[in-house]
Each structure stands twice: as C-alpha cells, then as structure tokens.
Design a protein around this ligand. Structure first.
Ligand code: FPP
Length: 238
C-alpha cells in the first residue's frame, strides 16, 4: 500500500441520487413510480453505510432547481419524503441514526417541515451516523446566505472583517455541522456536481456510475467504497 492510499471507510459520503425518471420511463411507468422505487436504495445504502462505519451520509433529495418541476411531481416527492420520515423514524432511532434536514427548509411544505422537525428531535441524541436529507438545497444559495450573514454582523460592528477566515465562513453555512465530504457518488450517468455541497466537496473523491438510482444496490455501494479505498488523496501535496 502506498503511503497515502486510503484503507479506511470514508467518514462522510454524499450522494446525488439521479435517474429515477429514466428508470421509470424505461419500464413504461410514471416519474412518481421512479421516485417511489428510489426509496429502496436509500434504505439499503443507509444500512450498509452504517455497517461499514460511515459517520455522515448526505443525500441530495430535492434541489433548489427541482422547484421548477411540475407541481404534481413536487407534491409526489414530498409526500414520499413524509412517508419515509414517518415510517423510518422508529428504526433510525433504535439503530443509532440521527436524521437532519439541510437546505432552505422554510420553503418546504408544512407537513414535511413538521415530520422532519419531529424526527430530528427524536433522534437528536443518536451518534453512530448522521443521515442528512438535502431539501430545497443549493450550494450557491447556501454560500450567498453565509456571506450575507457575515456582512450583517460586520455592519453591526459585531465582527471584524479581518477575522473572517475559512473556519468562520464554514461555520456560517447550513452544512456547518458536517465534516468535509470524503466521497461523492452520483448515479444516473451524468458527471456533474449540480450545485451540491460546493464548499465541502473541495477535496472529495468523485465517483460516477451509469446505474440509475432505483437500481443502485448494496453491491454498487460497496464498489464505490472499494474504488474510494484504492485512491490516493494528496490534498494538493506532492
Ligand atoms: C433524481 O432523479 C431524483 C430526485 C429529484 C428525487 C430524489 C428522491 C428520491 C430518491 C425519493 C426517495 C428519497 C428518500 C430520502 C426516501 P430524476 O427525477 O432527476 O431522474 P431523471 O434524471 O432520470 O429524470
């Protein structure tokens, strides 16, 4: 093994779960059916990540750009999320998983905000793994609000602009509670970041697969982890 080869499990895995619509179209089903089928891999990836000792799993469940989809599809995604949270909270609680929502949560439908707030409260003491659902999330919005927050504090005389460093900036983000991403997985064949976790992805290893999200099984997740473990991380060093 070379010096910088990673033998260990990534601490923070983030996933862009793409391809639900294409999966459904290929089967002559509706986009809603595709999203519903996407809940299965969420359960299986969470279980495997937990077993491997991943500490943070962050899933891109709804982007700021997704608000541009039809209201029918949006309603469907949020009702799926409500069902997932309601159904899974007891299991998350007993298995040591803490659930958190991250993003512009004020924009979510009241039912989702409520389900999320309740599940966050109930699982707040869990420490094995933090499952974050990125909802109404967009990195540019996140970075912009951090800049606005810091500017307000500076204008109010509460903050010396010279004191703004990377740590302080990071603490002003919605994702302040998350460590840097070690491994980003994107399913569905596109090789894009799509405005996801731009700050925390600075040194992440990127893994792209053609597999559509509803087909992403345990073996696929283990292959991504194995690929990560075979890489050398140099963080810009020689
Ligand atoms: C991307 O596929 C997927 C989404 C926008 C929604 C993600 C939602 C789920 C996976 C539902 C289950 C989630 C949880 C947490 C229970 P797409 O619609 O962009 O697919 P396409 O690129 O093939 O059109």
């Amino acid at each position: 093994m070379t010096q910088n080869t990673i033998a260990q499990t990534p601490k923070h895995v983030a996933i862009i779960m793409d391809g639900n619509g294409r999966w459904a179209a290929a089967k002559g089903q509706s986009r809603s059916d595709g999203h519903a089928a996407g809940a299965g891999p969420v359960r299986s990836v969470l279980k495997t990540a937990h077993r491997l000792g991943v500490r943070y799993l962050t899933l891109y469940a709804f982007s700021t750009e997704n608000w541009g989809r039809s209201s029918e599809e949006i309603d469907n995604i949020f009702s799926l999320l409500d069902q997932y949270i309601d159904k899974e909270t007891a299991e998350l609680l007993s298995s040591g998983v803490r659930l958190r929502g991250v993003g512009n949560l004020d924009k979510l439908p009241p039912s989702t905000r409520q389900a999320l707030a309740e599940a966050e409260k109930v699982t707040a003491q869990n420490q094995d793994l933090t499952l974050s659902l990125a909802l109404s999330y967009g990195s540019r919005a996140e970075l912009t609000q951090a800049a606005r927050d810091l500017a307000r504090k500076a204008q109010a005389g509460e903050l010396d602009p010279e004191a703004i460093n990377e740590d302080l900036f990071g603490q002003s983000l919605w994702t302040s509670y998350l460590p840097e991403v070690d491994l980003l997985i994107r399913t569905g064949g596109d090789k894009r970041i799509s405005n996801f976790l731009l700050w925390s992805l600075a040194y992440a290893e990127l893994y792209f697969t053609e597999t559509l999200w509803p087909d992403f099984g345990e073996a696929d997740f283990l292959a991504a982890i194995a690929d990560f473990q075979s890489r050398q991380r140099r963080y810009g060093r020689a």
